[in-house]
Design a protein around this ligand. Structure first.
Ligand SMILES: Nc1ncnc2c1ncn2[C@@H]1O[C@H](COP(=O)(O)OP(=O)(O)OP(=O)(O)O)[C@@H](O)[C@H]1O
Ligand SMILES: [Mg+2]
Length: 460
């Protein structure tokens, strides 16, 4: 009936009444499910025993010979946990109860309407998808996404393990790019909390908007408030709110925030009253918050509320042992084509990476490797391709300073060229023709410039 059935769930419909079998299989095929049918219980068992796999069995409870209940019992006894929905005759609730007790997902009572059947099945598949996602998240240990085996990182994993499932507020401190947001995310994923992880970058929100961002507002609360809007706290209900750069919040908003934390209640701007929310708070800052407390820019009581547990992310230069591991990780993450082998790195380049100071920490290392990979196109990365020295983000060139420093026209132009070539390759995901188009040069010129920038390419 349809062509794309192969990707949809497989459902086995078993009923001894031909009319009902046809009605159900037509209905399900129209919804693009893949449907098989059986007219007796014995036929169902035969299909299962021959190794056929389904995502759902729709079983009539009453079939001559082997009943739906018998099938379900045998399946569960043999460790087959394929979901089963029972079809029961009108008024036979005792059978329905029995079916649920031995592990049916649900039952449909005859006569049922089509919508009821479809809703029940859709809900089942949604539950399954959700459950498997939760299992996936549970199985993924922090170490899988957080790279590092240094003593400092081991301490971090330990603290995450200890605090994740508690309600305690966590304050994550550390320099830029050390992985504060990543840690916050991992804490949430391991917390067992059912809600969402909602990050808020407090530094990026203008003072006038932050309150309504955090707490929401009612329609007409201020000019421009055209409709009611939920705040981030409300969105994070039953989940986690991540207050990034919390040190940037103004004193009046700090006061409101403190109240929310104390009462677990929020009130929308222009709202009629407060209501309860259940939100785990994780905050992060790269400022010295205690110093801000001392100078009166940050409320002391709020500081202690947020800092129930402190997690300090050490800068990369204090755990150089992790650099090689991180490099390997990013080399394989940014291989120049999805199918390519990870690029390799020369020993002298690795030595450069391991001794460099990394003011932008892991983020800077990640950017550096990403750019180096695109420029080396699968060949060994040498130290010439690395762009160390300029900190953090894609290098910004302050020309006035460079002239004052007497860096020289030739050197600075070469640097500009390398940055533009690398950036174009990055934006084009390694496609040299596309990168050349972005630079308004033809691909042979780009190839020549790349060879000049990276002698490794020329040797090939
Ligand atoms: N230990 C790690 N293993 C793998 N990736 C990491 C690790 N630490 C950080 N990263 C990666 O580095 C980048 C920066 O991390 P993140 O955004 O968490 O840093 P941050 O401390 O929040 O920085 P900022 O203070 O600038 O906001 C992200 O892409 C993150 O996935
Ligand atoms: Mg961050």
């Amino acid at each position: 009936m349809t062509s794309d059935t192969s990707i949809r769930e497989r459902i086995l419909v078993a009923d001894d009444e031909e009319g009902l079998r046809e009605l159900l299989s037509d209905l399900l095929r129209e919804e693009h499910y893949t449907v098989a049918t059986a007219d007796t219980g014995t036929a169902v068992l035969k299909r299962l025993e021959s190794g056929e796999v389904y995502d759902l069995l729709l079983l009539d409870i009453k079939m001559p010979g082997v009943s739906g209940i018998d099938i379900l019992e045998q399946m569960r006894a043999s460790g087959n946990d394929t979901p089963v929905i029972m079809i029961t005759g009108y008024g036979t609730s005792s059978n329905a109860i029995r079916a649920m007790q031995i592990g049916a997902y649900d039952y449909l009572m005859k006569p049922f309407d089509n919508e009821e059947v479809l809703v029940t099945i859709r809900r089942l598949f949604e539950h399954r998808a959700l459950a498997s996602r939760v299992r996936q998240l549970e199985q993924r240990s922090p170490e899988d996404r957080m790279i590092g085996r240094s003593p400092a990182m081991r301490d971090t994993y330990k603290t995450i393990g200890l605090v994740a499932s508690s309600e305690a507020s966590v304050l994550i401190t550390g320099e830029t790019g050390t992985g504060k947001e990543l840690v916050a995310n991992i804490i949430h994923q391991n917390s067992g909390r059912k809600g969402t992880f909602i990050p808020v970058n407090c530094a990026a929100l203008p003072e006038t908007l932050i309150e309504s961002e955090l707490f929401g507002h009612e329609k007409g609360a201020f000019t421009g408030a055209m409709a009611q809007r939920k705040g981030r706290f409300e969105l994070a209900n039953r989940g986690t709110i991540f207050l990034d750069e919390v040190g940037e919040i103004s004193l009046p908003v700090q006061k409101k925030l403190l109240r929310v934390l104390q009462e677990s209640e929020i009130e929308r701007v222009g709202g009629a009253g407060a209501f309860k929310v259940d939100v785990r708070v994780i905050a992060a800052t790269n400022r010295d918050l205690l110093e801000e407390v001392r100078t009166g820019n940050f409320r002391e009581d709020l500081y202690y509320r947020l800092n129930v547990v402190n997690l300090h992310m050490p800068p990369l230069r204090e755990r150089r042992g992790d650099i090689a591991l991180l490099v390997e990780h990013f080399l394989s993450k940014y291989r120049y084509k999805p199918t390519a082998q990870p690029t390799r790195i020369s020993e002298e380049a690795m030595e450069r990476l391991e001794t460099y100071d990394w003011p932008g920490n892991v983020r800077q290392l990640e950017n550096e490797i990403e750019r180096a990979v695109t420029l080396s196109q699968g060949r060994v990365i040498t130290s010439q391709v690395l762009n160390l020295g300029t900190a953090g983000q894609p290098a910004q060139i302050d020309l006035a300073t460079r002239v004052r420093n007497r860096d020289g026209l030739v050197a600075v132009l070469a640097e500009v060229e390398r940055i533009m070539v690398q950036e174009a390759l990055r934006q084009a995901e390694g496609d040299t023709n596309e990168a050349a188009r972005r630079l308004l040069i033809d691909s042979s010129e780009l190839a020549a410039r790349m060879r000049a920038l990276n002698p490794e390419l020329a040797e090939a």
